[in-house]
Design a protein around this ligand. Structure first.
Ligand SMILES: [Zn+2]
Ligand SMILES: [Zn+2]
Length: 171
């Protein structure tokens, strides 16, 4: 069951038009084509039909219950927070303190998915296993060290390019 009081939001978006620039922001993955379905009885997440126990299509539904949970968990940060809080009980995974100011941290940072084509996206980045509770202090620290790490990697890449250039042209 979705935990937050925003958990019914998915119902008001049936038949929504696809927005072209929606995938510009890498914090959320692009939605599947079936999300924009206008067919009653088709699941907007997995795209399969929702069946009654007598094998007829259930035209009153547009989500499987598991599918709506998965969808809400990825796209509604209030829902994500509620679930992560439920699992970690509010303890910062790094320093073990409980603080009112805490963030949902992506263990492998989302920026690694930035600019990827939809076919190459790794959806496990948005799943529970990749999420942890961090207090603001630890989260800042982690973000900072990740940025430094990326900068060093970029520098090394440039160095390699430069070396190859020198090798090739002997200058
Ligand atoms: Zn489904
Ligand atoms: Zn902490």
């Amino acid at each position: 069951m979705p935990l937050s009081r925003w958990s019914k939001k998915h119902k008001k978006t049936f038949g929504k038009k696809e927005q072209k620039n929606e995938s510009d922001t890498y914090r959320f993955p692009p939605k599947p084509k079936s999300y924009y379905t206008k067919i009653k009885g088709q699941c907007r997440w997995c795209g399969n039909m929702i069946m009654n126990s007598d094998d007829s299509v259930n035209k009153k539904m547009s989500w499987h219950s598991d599918c709506v949970e998965e969808y809400m968990f990825i796209y509604h940060t209030k829902e994500t927070r509620a679930k992560v809080r439920d699992r970690d009980n509010g303890y910062c995974v790094w320093c073990g303190t409980i603080s009112r100011k805490w963030d949902v941290d992506h263990i492998r940072p989302l920026v690694e998915q930035k600019g990827k084509d939809i076919t190459e996206l790794d959806y496990s980045y948005w799943k529970m296993d990749n999420l942890q509770t961090l207090c603001r202090v630890c989260h800042k620290e982690k973000t900072k060290s990740e940025a430094t790490h990326r900068a060093v990697e970029r520098k090394n890449k440039d160095k390699i390019k430069w070396k190859t250039f020198r090798e090739v042209f002997g200058v």
